[in-house]
Design a protein around this ligand. Structure first.
Ligand code: SF4
Ligand code: SF4
Length: 121
């Protein structure tokens, strides 16, 4: 899959997560280490900067299809499906505070639309 990788580390040096000390997807072509794959923010820098044109993001998504996501990732997905946000948003809890401040109440997006956007049946 990464046969043409030069091990030049350009992807690593330009991954902002790695520069902050957070393991990311780029460890996979370099060190055969997939532990950071779920931290990746999909900024596409590694994909765009690879000097030999390895389609890193395409490969990342292919690989993720074969892996079990970590529990925190699944929890975020469940929140997105229910609320439209990564974190729980309860309009009944939030709206009294918003209305006290003169703001419009929030409503949640239709979950069928969210599922359709995520291509989840
Ligand atoms: S930039 Fe491309 S060739 Fe260089 S280490 Fe990363 S994946 Fe390999
Ligand atoms: S797409 Fe992911 S691995 Fe690639 S540079 Fe961005 S955060 Fe790093």
């Amino acid at each position: 899959m990464f046969d043409s990788c030069l091990k030049c580390e350009i992807c690593y040096e330009n991954c902002y997560l790695e520069q902050m000390g957070i393991s990311s997807f780029v460890r996979l072509p370099l060190h055969d280490d997939a532990t950071g794959i779920w931290n990746c923010s999909n900024c596409w820098t590694c994909h765009d900067i690879c000097p030999v044109g390895i389609p890193l993001m395409d490969l990342k998504w292919q690989i993720q299809q074969t892996l079990e996501p970590p529990s925190k990732y699944k929890a975020s997905l469940q929140n997105i499906l229910r609320y439209g946000y990564c974190l729980p948003i309860e309009p009944d809890d939030m709206n009294p505070f918003r209305m006290d401040d003169g703001l419009e109440p929030i409503t949640l997006a239709d979950t069928t639309i969210i599922a359709a956007l995520l291509r989840i049946k």
